[in-house]
Design a protein around this ligand. Sequence first.
Ligand code: ZN
Length: 307
Amino acid sequence: MLVSGCPCFAQSTSLRGVKVAITVDDLPTHGDPFPGIDRDAISRQILAALADNHAKGVYGFTNQAWDASEVAIFKEWLSAGYPLGNHTYSHANLNRVGASTFTADIARQDRVLASLASFSPLIARRRIFRYPFLDEGDTLARRNDVRGYLFGKGYRVAEVTIDYLDWSWTDAYTRCRINNDQKSIQWLRTHVNEAADRYLSRSVEMARKLFHRDVDQILLVHIGAFDALTLDGILREWRSKGVQLISLEEALTDPIYRINPNLAYDGGLTFLEQIGEARKIDTRPFAETTYTLESLSRVCRQPTEPR
Ligand SMILES: [Zn+2]
């Protein structure tokens, strides 16, 4: 179990007037299966959380759909008024597969989305791209090849500035479900809001350091089982603190998203981290120290399992 760290950092950051665009990755399915999982119910709960919090213009970033029930999830999003973007067909990692395989994978997913054009006019807005694993190239040649392809096809890149590691909370939740560890599930449910707050505050502070103003932030979450349980509460709390939810397309008009950090890296970075690294600014003071990947990976982990 984690020990809750000092909450002073999160509480000292004013969130009033901060604008956040929500994006949801890995449609139609995310995370490992577990007994009783219902992918469509997860999707519907997330859509309800978005609607209940009056979130407009939320993009769902898509990969392949295996069958009609998974295509139905795409259609539910479109019917709810939410556009779909491209996240590659096979959730490829550019740094592992190389630029030509990667761009072919983008084109393949584009054909999947284009096949829904007669279902919804929102498909015309599909050319926004989210890099899987937030990896944009571990060499500048690879990075520039893919950017050249994307911009040549009229894509914009949906960068991420807030990532509270929701997927690793879903992983922990799945392990706790399998172990039937209700106490730990309760712990996860009561602490995720604090974690999301801390990561948002960290991004707001980092933007103020880099740009001396509040930027339009872009939140990454996934279509995961734990998101379905907790996204509504997180958004409600943020709104109660003065956060304003905006569409992704509005956020992308912030001039910061025209910056090319021109950075080769591996291992996934948010856009603010890329800019900080490119400018050689020490962003370590903004690093989260309590709700880390390492600490979350221990929740509901059997001691005999490799870590
Ligand atoms: Zn993804």
